[in-house]
Design a binder for this molecule. Sequence first.
Ligand SMILES: NC(=O)c1ccc[n+]([C@@H]2O[C@H](COP(=O)([O-])OP(=O)(O)OC[C@H]3O[C@@H](n4cnc5c(N)ncnc54)[C@H](OP(=O)(O)O)[C@@H]3O)[C@@H](O)[C@H]2O)c1
Length: 325
Amino acid sequence: MTHAMVVDAIGGPEVMTWRPFDPGAPRADELRVRQTAAGLNFIDVYLRNGTYKAPTFPFVPGKEGAGVVVAVGSDVRGFSAGDRVAYSAASGTYAEEINVPAAIAVRIPEAIADDVAAGIMLKGMTAEYLLRRTFPVGPGHTILIHAAAGGVGLIAGQWAKHLGATVIGTAGSDDKVRLALDHGYDHVVNYRTDNFVERVADITGGAKCDVVYDSVGRDTFPASLDCLKRRGLFVSFGQSSGTIQNFDLALLNQKGSLYATRPSLFGYTATREELEASAGALFEVVRSGAVKVRIDQRYPVEDAGRAHRDLEGRRTTGISILTVG
Ligand SMILES: NC(=O)c1ccc[n+]([C@@H]2O[C@H](COP(=O)([O-])OP(=O)(O)OC[C@H]3O[C@@H](n4cnc5c(N)ncnc54)[C@H](OP(=O)(O)O)[C@@H]3O)[C@@H](O)[C@H]2O)c1
């Protein structure tokens, strides 16, 4: 019998227990994967603490992971046993073995290690769609990315710089500010000690930003809107500090005919073509060195509770991996 981390009820990290868990035989459209690593993401916290509704209880957390195919469902084409694969939208990657729909798996290029793939699929494809599709960032644009030293933040800063933008970030400590400055950001504001609206106005000489990427939510709203130019775009893509309540559309008028969107990776990688294009672009920027990947924290998967505490406690930087086996 293989093992997995199982969540029995909504609650703190203590509701997760590592125990024997049988994922069952793969369905005809699935791959059975022996995992080598799972990625840690804030969505895992949201599903555990009830911010997002989990589809069933008990459930195994984790969307992102990588490993080796050990069995292939009868309808699957294009994958075989022994392939190294990764995914960002699986159900239950905090596990030794998992059944993954072949439609959401991609083969990992030789140049990319399993643990890197396990840590970048969700965060890196998020950076891809935010910077290339939600708002196509390029030379001449000035952008603001909150939580710049985080998992998405460190990838997005480097990728945005590679696309030619002027990149401003925020981070919650001076060490994190330095880390973000080493990863593509032109300017980074410590938003625990400095007023980021005033600093963005100073940095841009009053011109402000074309787009703000905000994954912090409650604590940075509505101030993020004050960092935008007239007709700029507010991209709310997460809520690490809590959800934004009562968003009054009239604010968009008052703050300068702004646009706002609330996108999700799953809405940008819904078709096989979108998934392959997004993963392909991500693998390419990593392979070329335009985006350097840092795995700053590694936890045995059995220790996922500590990983959640660190993520929620703002003690992590860059990517965190749960190692399996
Ligand atoms: N919509 C999508 O498609 C999508 C996809 C992936 C991720 N996301 C979102 O992107 C965000 C980043 O995800 P991630 O996994 O890479 O996490 P992360 O950025 O590595 O960690 C979250 C960071 O948020 C900051 N933060 C600010 N206030 C916080 C608070 N009250 N509690 C905890 N953290 C706080 C912290 O950085 P500082 O200390 O520097 O403030 C913390 O390190 C999350 O909100 C996630 O939900 C959205």
